[in-house]
Design a binder for this molecule. Structure first.
Ligand SMILES: N[C@@H](CCC(=O)N[C@@H](CS)C(=O)NCC(=O)O)C(=O)O
Length: 206
């Protein structure tokens, strides 16, 4: 059975758990990261020299990097669903995975750490303000795209929605001001109709 290492509060682990649930893949999860430790143990470092989560072991095939894991699972178990068969739809989905990591994450993560994982007296309020504005600018790009389609790459959920959907949840749960983004609001509601999203992503921020 596939093994997954990682705590459920990690956004990168949430991507993998959401994908596994959408695909109906049975697995065993082993707590790792932060208060659970494990990531610095030598057996873990052999699998993942970064000492980060998530890591999977699928019948002896070890893989780390959350987006790579989501792509692998989608290709293996989700042909025609999470893994679009049509080349250009797949490229579109793939693009949103990279975009979430390279454009959205660098601004959302400092806001999350500043407001949720830092003591009030240590917060860099100027940085939080700057990165909140940058995050809202990025989310407005997504809002415009979602005006013409229910999911990022078209009419159905694909791997492209997985990283971004986890950031949408995080953004809507952070105590920040957001501009009106009606299509993103509707998208977040749409994602919440999916049990796999509710169970694995809608976890209180901590
Ligand atoms: N690029 C990596 C980043 C992995 C990463 O930074 N994971 C965080 C959790 S989201 C982590 O391992 N933090 C240390 C810990 O939990 O102990 C990925 O997407 O998998």
């Amino acid at each position: 059975m596939l093994k997954l290492w990682g705590r459920i509060t990690s956004i990168n682990v949430q991507k993998v758990r959401w994908a596994l649930a959408e695909l109906g893949v049975a697995h065993e999860r082993i707590e790792a990261g932060m208060q659970f430790g494990v990531v610095n143990e030598s057996h873990y470092r052999v699998m993942n020299p970064n000492g980060r989560i998530p890591t999977i072991d699928d019948e002896g095939f070890v893989l780390w990097e959350s987006n790579a894991i989501v792509r692998y699972l989608a290709a293996r178990h989700g042909e025609g669903s999470l893994w679009p068969t049509e080349l250009r739809m797949r490229a579109d989905a793939d693009r949103w995975m990279d975009w979430a990591t390279t454009t959205l994450q660098p601004s959302v993560t400092p806001v999350f750490w500043g407001l949720i994982r830092s003591a009030p007296e240590t917060r860099n309020l100027k940085e939080i303000e700057t990165q909140t504005a940058a995050s809202n600018d990025a989310f407005q790009i997504v809002d415009k795209v979602l005006a013409s389609r229910p999911y990022l790459a078209g009419d159905s959920l694909t791997m492209g929605d997985i990283p971004l959907g986890t950031f949408v949840h995080r953004w809507y749960r952070l105590p920040v001001e957001r501009p009106a983004m009606p299509h993103l609001d509707a998208y977040f509601e749409r994602l919440q109709t999916r049990a796999a999203f509710r169970d694995n992503v809608m976890i209180p921020l901590s």
